[in-house]
Design a protein around this ligand. Structure first.
Ligand code: SF4
Length: 323
């Protein structure tokens, strides 16, 4: 079959428009990459606060480009805020013509600059902070979709690094062979279940053995790339079996674990009720149970939390701030 020159946006036009209305800006020729400014970037430019990644790891939200090189995903997580129904089905990634890392990085930086330009004239904007924001220092490769489906992820990370930027990559762990290759500044694996049965119900996919292999890859990164396992807790679905999570964490031995609440936003509201979003106290309680279950020889401790983002940070003792 001939490769598709671009995504067929005649068929997917409605979804594309919806994503654009939600603030996603497509970059590159073939429109498989996107960038979006977040609430915390806007707050940070106005001097009104920083996101939990700032509190935990020293990232300045106003200098962070939140992007994805692949709007496609191979899972269909119940808690995903994307319109999964459109982008996960019928997309054969081998048919997509992929843009180069150079084009994507240049497109993201240019688009971010355009998106923040409106803040320049605002009386609330701190001029020094705005000048910093025009020169981003960090790329969060985690916006929507699964970044390991982009075939040049390693080169994309290196391209961001060549611009003097640090990188966070968030993966669902379904492509362990890609994890073997890449060395972002910090590598996250989103672990959505304590066992295979729950995984299938939460992610609606069949990649459990690959995810277990990815946990081993995370362990092999020790000393080379900072590693994080993120557990997104959904009340009544996967906020169960802390012993299962502890066992999986023992395989990965990450530098950090983030235990975070599912947030009732975007398209996930069509699939889950508000009650599925746990209170911060419930997240903290679950994080404590996991820490207690981790082998007594390990140094894992709860070291920080952000109540507004309903997230708790567990650390193995590694230095937290990137710089
Ligand atoms: S892996 Fe991430 S992007 Fe993919 S469906 Fe799940 S939450 Fe959404």
């Amino acid at each position: 079959m001939e490769p598709r020159a671009t995504l067929n946006y005649d068929e997917e036009n409605e979804t594309r428009k919806t994503l654009e209305k939600q603030g996603y800006h497509f970059v590159g020729t073939h429109k498989h990459s996107a960038v979006k400014t977040c609430l915390w970037l806007r707050k940070s430019i106005r001097g009104e606060g920083n996101c939990y990644k700032g509190k935990f790891y020293g990232i300045s939200a106003h200098r962070c480009v939140q992007m994805t090189p692949s709007i496609f995903c191979n899972q269909r997580c119940v808690h995903c805020w994307r319109p999964l129904e459109a982008f996960n089905i019928n997309i054969r990634t081998e048919e997509v013509v992929w843009d180069s890392p150079e084009e994507i990085v240049e497109g993201c930086i240019k688009e971010q600059k355009r998106l923040i330009s409106g803040f320049k004239g605002s009386p609330k904007t701190n001029k020094d902070v705005f000048a910093e924001a025009e020169v981003p220092k960090h790329a969060a490769i985690s916006l929507i979709g699964e970044p390991t489906l982009y075939p040049y992820l390693n080169e994309l990370i290196q391209e961001f690094h060549s611009h003097g930027m640090t990188t966070f990559v968030v993966t669902n762990g379904t492509n362990p062979e890609v994890l073997r290759e890449i060395s972002p500044s910090q590598l996250y694996l989103s672990l959505n279940a304590p066992d295979e049965a729950i995984y299938k119900k939460v992610a609606h996919a069949n990649y459990w053995s690959q995810i277990k292999e990815s946990l081993k890859e995370i362990r092999r990164k020790k000393g080379r790339t900072r590693t994080v396992i993120r557990i997104t807790c959904i009340e009544g679905r996967n906020r169960v079996k802390p012993d299962g999570y502890a066992e999986l964490l023992e395989i990965a031995k990450p530098d950090f674990v983030e235990v975070k609440a599912y947030m009732h936003i975007g398209y996930s509201r069509k699939r889950l009720s508000r009650e599925a979003m746990p209170a911060h106290s419930r997240v903290k309680e679950f994080a404590s149970e996991i820490v207690e279950l981790l082998a007594s020889a390990s140094n894992y401790k709860i070291v920080d939390e952000s109540e507004i983002s309903r997230v708790v940070l567990i650390s193995s003792g590694r230095k937290r701030f990137l710089q």
